[in-house]
Design a protein around this ligand. Sequence first.
Ligand code: FES
Ligand code: FE2
Length: 351
Amino acid sequence: MTNPAPNRYPFSMPMGWFAVAESHEVEVGQSKAAYYFAQHLVLWRDEEGTAHVQDAFCPHLGAHLGHGGKVEGCEIACQFHGWKFDCDGVNTDIPYSDRTNRKAKIFTYPVVEANGFIYAWYHPHQEPPAWDVPIVEEIGGGEFVGPKRTSHVVQAAIQEMAENGVDSAHFRYVHDVNEVPVIHRYEADGHMAFMESTQKFPTPRGVVDGSICSTAHGPGVNIVRFGGIIDTLLVTATTPIDDQTTQCRFNFYVRSLGDAAVDSSVGDAFASEVDRQFEEDVPIWEHKAHLVRPALADNDGPFMKFRKWYSQFYADAISDERTVFPPPYWPDKMDETPAKATASARNRTID
Ligand code: FES
Ligand SMILES: [Fe+2]
């Protein structure tokens, strides 16, 4: 008898608001398949313009509503036998029967559309939202232009990637920067965490002090404001595909310099630098063990503060069966190094 594979991480997926699509990806009257939170989902936009996120499978005989479900007004009709469901997932019509089926209900996720994203609230026990989605004021105000969008899929838990933010020392070794960021403030307040740091950036006019302020709103939404060279806004959306696979979307905005071509080239340069660094991190995240008790230097960043803050998002107990959680054996990934991963730029999309 073979032993079951050990858990990849001591935790499963955290609760929170998570982007499941960019707003522009779901048009009025359209239904679409998605897969997040280890669930098949249907995303659809009703004819009044409101976006909905529901479990994908029709409770009648299991058709996937993201592969042919038809939006009719504010309802979705299944392509298999025509049953209709409203935006709460209630069965409203069975075209060949006089009665509806009250037990046939589709689970419906709370949804908020903001900042160019469709966010769904995920909780492993389907409890209601515990906080609000932040509205990023700069977007749509006219002063900032964008977004420049990038997206990556990584074989790592969402927490592993977020931990990178408090790890100032890795910038020198993984990202080859001469000056590592200096963290001046790290504070957690309920579902939010604030971090302020400074970093020296080389520019054609000499080295300038850049400031970085990030505000995390739970595990799925992080708003990062960069100052010093040109004001830049980075709206990140990190979403669990399952408990060991994560999609990370970056939307970049820059404060307009009044010239569209300049704005666009500044946005491109900024996006590609952040993307370069992200891709350098990927092989580290995918191949690292999660250590419950890391051996830290006295001037490493606030790792344990970060982990304590993050632990509130797990509804289920975090496993303490082991202290080392290694990755699976991946023969096809044995030769992977940061340089090779960067060259292949896999899993990357930009528009
Ligand atoms: S499977 Fe959807 S109506 Fe039959
Ligand atoms: Fe990094």
